[in-house]
Design a protein around this ligand. Structure first.
Ligand SMILES: [Zn+2]
Length: 227
């Protein structure tokens, strides 16, 4: 089932998207986690981009557009490179440490591509977790977000996938992931709401079951903000 052409950027308030996700049991565990590298077919992208240019009434043979199909092919190979990477390799470097308080990394910048319009959405991810004997190098959280975001995505799945990886692969006792993003498919087309931001969150383990733990991690995420 395809989302409608005018699908909103942020599926959270879209009952159709929610219904599809619910019906398919679409969760982070069912998200594709490719581990086998498969090369991107640049020539095929180039042919397709040329077709799009013709279809919109352009002349792909004029000077300014001659290199565009090849450029777009390289761009997609980069933007979707996460399809051919397994984020779990960054979790295998976890090490043993007796620390059982909240670890939080805020403001992890990312950019991704909305799978409904193939337009970019970008923002910041905040990741907090309570270790259960194993902690992760702080830069690895950024690596995980990068791999997962470099795929055709919806923000909800990105959020959920990162949270589930930390539960399943790191065995964290609690995981909180908050993602804030601006979707260009909402700001430059369709309803054109510049400045609107989508916020998604996923709370697992102690952050889901324990109200005060959740309040603590949210205050750590939002606490010292001036705006
Ligand atoms: Zn979109």
């Amino acid at each position: 089932m395809q989302p409608p052409d005018d699908a909103p950027a942020c599926g959270s308030d879209d009952p159709e998207v929610a219904a599809v996700r619910a019906a398919s049991g679409m969760g982070p565990t069912s998200a594709p986690i490719a581990s086998v590298a498969s090369p991107v077919d640049h020539a095929r992208i180039e042919r397709a981009v040329r077709e799009i240019l013709l279809a919109v009434g352009e002349n792909p043979d004029r000077e300014g557009l001659l290199q565009t199909p090849a450029r777009v092919a390289r761009m997609y190979a980069e933007l979707f490179s996460g399809l051919h990477q397994d984020p779990r390799i960054h979790l295998r470097t976890a090490f043993t440490e007796k620390y059982d308080e909240v670890v939080l990394v805020r403001d992890i910048a990312f950019h991704s591509v909305c799978e409904h319009h193939l337009l970019p959405f970008m923002g910041r991810a905040h990741i907090g977790y309570i270790p259960d004997g194993r902690v992760l190098g702080l830069s690895k959280l950024g690596r995980i977000v990068e791999v997962v975001s470099r795929r055709p995505q919806v923000q909800e799945r990105l959020t959920e996938t990162v949270a589930d990886l930390l539960v399943e692969e790191l065995g964290a006792k609690g995981v909180a992931v908050v993602v804030e993003a601006v979707h260009t498919c909402m700001t430059i087309r369709g309803i054109r709401k510049p400045g609107s931001e989508c916020v998604t969150s996923s709370m697992k383990g102690l952050f889901r079951s324990n109200v005060s733990s959740r309040a603590e991690v949210l205050s750590l995420i939002y606490g010292r903000r001036s705006s």
